[in-house]
Design a protein around this ligand. Structure first.
Ligand SMILES: [Fe+2]
Ligand SMILES: [Fe+2]
Length: 171
């Protein structure tokens, strides 16, 4: 089985922090694949490669937080939707990890293709528009650095509002 996740020029967000972090996440997924491909059997692979999937979850969490901070600081209009997408992606990665660990899911081509979609579809649908917005915002605020961490933002991001008002609020 061969697999290589490659980010193309079309998947660049015109934002150095975001693009560097996306490359980093793609690199972890590729290392995870190589680790699985080298292992002599699925049981050994799960033990030796599981840490890479955990690393992916940790790094994704940090990356999503970086984008969240930039969105909050600059007043990005789709902040809530984008942050909800991050929460869903994190949940999906955790479920993949647990499915692998608990033998509910074979780590096959479909598994890696899901990881590929996990990263690339979000970049195309959500991150590229965000990168364009941040570039415009930065041009209009040349002296204001965009924060890419909670420490730089100076406050904890607020909770993500629910997608729809709770049923009780509709009455
Ligand atoms: Fe994002
Ligand atoms: Fe991203």
């Amino acid at each position: 089985m061969t697999f290589q996740l490659k980010l193309t020029r079309e998947q660049l967000c015109r934002n150095e922090v975001m693009d560097t972090q996306h490359e980093h996440l793609a690199g972890i997924i590729n290392r995870f694949f190589r680790c699985f491909n080298r292992a002599c059997c699925h049981e050994v692979a799960k033990v030796t490669c599981g840490a890479l999937l955990e690393e992916l979850i940790e790094e994704a969490e940090e990356h999503f937080s970086a984008e969240d901070c930039a969105m909050i600081h600059t007043g990005y209009p789709r902040t809530d939707e984008h942050r909800r997408a991050h929460a869903d992606l994190l949940q999906e990665a955790i479920e993949l990890f647990l499915d692998m660990r608990e033998n509910r899911r074979e780590v096959d081509r479909g598994f890696f293709e899901q990881l590929e979609r996990w990263l690339l579809e979000h970049i195309t649908d959500e991150d590229i528009p965000l990168g364009e917005y941040l570039a415009t915002w930065a041009a209009g605020h040349p002296d204001v650095p965009i924060p890419y961490s909670v420490a730089e933002l100076g406050e904890e991001p607020p909770p993500i509002p629910p997608d729809h008002p709770a049923a009780g609020e509709l009455v």
